[in-house]
Design a protein around this ligand. Structure first.
Ligand SMILES: Cc1cc2nc3c(=O)[nH]c(=O)nc-3n(C[C@H](O)[C@H](O)[C@H](O)COP(=O)(O)O)c2cc1C
Length: 186
């Protein structure tokens, strides 16, 4: 079967290079609308979305992630950090951070659903995205509280996930699908 939604799901890729083109207000509004329209357990909407366009802040967070990563033994570091020029946010013009309500077992799931809504919405507008878990490390160091404040996380809320969005400047094959991940019980 094929339809527009299924085609968008199939076409989505994680993009790791972006043009230096800002998102329009119309694009950003549509992404955030798709985000807040996500389903959530008991409709608690345990998320807060922070749109970051300040490259200076993203650079600071990139440095903080690098610092945490370099504290780990070499074999526990992501191989991406072998490239000294690696930037956690890939110089994307916009990164949306999702922070989440504490003491709710569904917060990470609801945040994950919202971030995928953003990814598919971006794809539908001809934009690219990459979901980002690595920024979590920026909230582990001594600048954690300063970053939470700069990102206007609600009091007591924590980083859940982020997503970089922009005009993609790379291409990528679909990821190979692992076998044996689907069972049928009739
Ligand atoms: C929860 C989550 C966290 C991720 N974190 C990162 C990340 O920090 N950096 C990155 O480059 N990609 C990250 N990714 C992207 C995955 O590497 C990517 O989805 C996977 O390799 C499959 O490739 P595709 O998205 O192009 O299909 C993340 C994806 C998910 C779902």
């Amino acid at each position: 079967m094929q339809n527009e939604t299924l085609s968008l799901i199939s076409a989505r890729r994680s993009h790791r290079a972006y043009e230096n083109t800002p998102l329009t207000k119309e694009q950003l509004d549509a992404l955030l609308k798709a985000a807040v329209e996500s389903p959530s357990a008991v409709n608690r909407q345990p998320w807060h979305f922070t749109v970051v366009r300040s490259q200076a802040l993203l650079d600071k967070m990139n440095e903080a992630v690098w610092e945490q990563m370099m504290k780990r033994e070499a074999q526990k570091r992501s191989p991406r950090f072998l490239d000294g020029n690696f930037h956690v946010f890939y110089h994307a013009p916009t990164v949306i951070f999702i922070s989440g309500m504490p003491d709710n077992p569904y917060t990470p799931i609801d945040g994950g659903i919202a971030v995928e809504n953003i990814a598919i919405a971006a794809e539908s507008m001809g934009l690219g995205s990459v979901i980002l878990g690595m920024p979590r490390d920026a909230f582990a160091g001594d600048q954690a509280e300063a970053f939470k404040k700069a990102l206007q996380f609600p009091e007591g809320w924590d980083f859940v996930i982020a997503i970089a969005v922009g005009v993609p400047a790379d291409t990528k094959d679909a990821h190979p699908v692992k076998e044996d991940r689907i069972s049928f019980v009739d």
